[in-house]
Design a binder for this molecule. Sequence first.
Ligand code: CTP
Ligand code: MG
Length: 241
Amino acid sequence: MENAREKTAAVVLAAGKGKRMNSDIPKQYMMLREKPVIYYALKAFEDSFIDEIILVTEQGEEAYCREEIVERYHFTKVRKIVPGGAERYFSVANGLEAVSEDCAYIFIHDGARPFVTEEILQTALETVRVHHACVAAMPVKDTIKIADENDFAVSTPRRDRVWMMQTPQVFSADLIKNAYRMLLEKEEELRESGVQITDDAMVVETLLAHPVKLFRASYENIKLTTPEDLLLADGILEKRV
Ligand code: CTP
Ligand code: MG
């Protein structure tokens, strides 16, 4: 079946509380130019080659998501809306469980990252076909320092080797499902030893020791994390319309 196009799924995460945004409503549902933040990422996947979307939301928000987002904006590829968990990795694990068995590649994406483009998705697909695990990323612009617990600089990694991780983080389906199964088995042990799992590549690196390829995405592919990111987002949107 060399020529058959492999099926692809996107797991879009919208189950976080957005504490660093300091907003009354979770940041993925805040309005950005009259549309909720989550709309933009869903729209990019809807308009792309992706075959199905699993939307992960906070338990109890499923009906809101279905009515106010999926139905309202006619997202036909959202196949399931599933509840997330207390940590991002629990939300991802739930999302992965809901992906159709016949999907070959899974794109994991932050719902709070609105400016992913078709070009980024294409690059991700080409890269995952070769490497089985890849992450949208960009080289850092500032010098990075490792500090001790009292905020004294300890060391300085060479800047041309330091990258900021973005999403999508894209994997062969079997590989990422295995990695997350192992994570759930070892979760308590890892937590107790102080390991903080903040992205999907880390799960693959830590539990499978499988190489993860970084590919250049875009400095515009920002995650909305703190209030000033909203100003940046508004500027990026203004340029695009
Ligand atoms: N996320 C999730 N489930 C969680 C935590 C995070 O689905 N338990 C999602 C968020 O909704 C977001 C993405 O993961 O789209 C990236 O996480 P982050 O920027 O850390 O979002 P929050 O956890 O919501 O924000 P904060 O850490 O400031 O509370
Ligand atoms: Mg968080």
